[in-house]
Design a binder for this molecule. Sequence first.
Ligand code: HEM
Length: 407
Amino acid sequence: MSESTSEAVRGAIVADPVAWADPGQIEDVLAGLRREDPVSWVEIPGYNPFWLVTRHADVMAVERNAELFTSGERVLLQSADQDDARRNGPLKSLIDMDGAEHRTHRAVTNDWFKPGRIRSREEAVTAEARRTVDELIERGGECDFAEVIAQFPLRVVLSILGLPPEKSSWVQQMTQEVFGATDPDMRRGGDLGQSYRETMREVLTYFMGLTADRQKNPNDDLASVIANADIGEAERLSYYGLIATAGHDTTSYSITGGMAALLENPDQLALLRRDPEALTDAVEEMLRWSSPVRGFLRTAQRDTEVGGVPIKAGQSLLLSFLSANRDEAAFEEPTRFDITRARNRHVAFGFGPHACLGAHLARLEMKVFFTELLSRIDEIELAGEPAFAQAVIVSGIKRLPVRYKER
Ligand code: HEM
């Protein structure tokens, strides 16, 4: 086996959902690649090949140059059949757009997600966080933290979009089927393609009704903004879908991942309890640590190079946000969870024109949640082993058994 073939085999681990149930082994492979083959060619049967980009500096260089490295051809790590279905399908969302089209569509909701606008929702978000901590307390001192917490970002996303609370389990299922359908706990049954098609049929029917309603009776929710924007129908339906799905599993994985890290590092938890001001930096470290969006792809428009490696026009690159967030060249002692970390330039929200639209909202949710939790819950500790989801695009801890006392 040539050296390049063996590297291709190593990098393939990032596409294996089962491997993500043990992210430690993936992190070891990524660390090796950062050292020895930081822009590594990966070939996997049934997948279009790609370059796996593992260093922080290279991920940033690609993200910065969105004109050369575009999103339209391929953005999610999925099989070649799913790539075809996505490229040729009727739906098209922000994450698949480039250039002027992307700017125009992003501008539709950009103001909604600006810090000032998000601050005005602090009271509503705090009420949801309080309700979530109430639920923890009602569970009587022992529960699966991940299960209880999942409801919090979900309710926030439903409320900003303007969907009724009874749609929550439906939106949750849709997200898991789109971004995490490979985990056996999260599948509705039948094969992956069929489950995805069923979900999409339900989603489209519901969203078409939503447009008709908000065009007739607009209010101050995000659905009204999207329903009345001057954009195509397919783009409109995709927009609702993207906001509904991008905004909650990502945030719950960050909260649960942050909680697990605090429990595994009691000195850091004690530090946060002593100094609530440390929460702002702690949230950034939780984001770096959990990196729930594992990676997105871009495609080179011209022959070029990344990190000194020649890239041909038409080849795609998987930007490993997790690996970039563990890069020794960008972070001192990257495998240490340190809530006081200075200059934390993590890429958990990506970077450049596609950088996460909901980043300010996600940060607010995390801050108000941990403020509520720490003020009302005491002596919280692990009550079992965390279990990670088997999913390659968005993943993290799916079960976190904890024990705690009410203050
Ligand atoms: C894009 C992460 C929460 C909406 C992204 C990207 C990442 C990301 C890595 C891709 C960036 C890139 O391509 O460079 C996260 C994380 C979150 C989170 C870690 C929670 C901690 C949210 C929330 C919302 C949201 C709360 C909205 C309610 C979006 C949208 C995009 C996006 C619409 C597409 C932006 C574009 O392509 O222009 N997010 N996200 N995200 N996120 Fe988030």
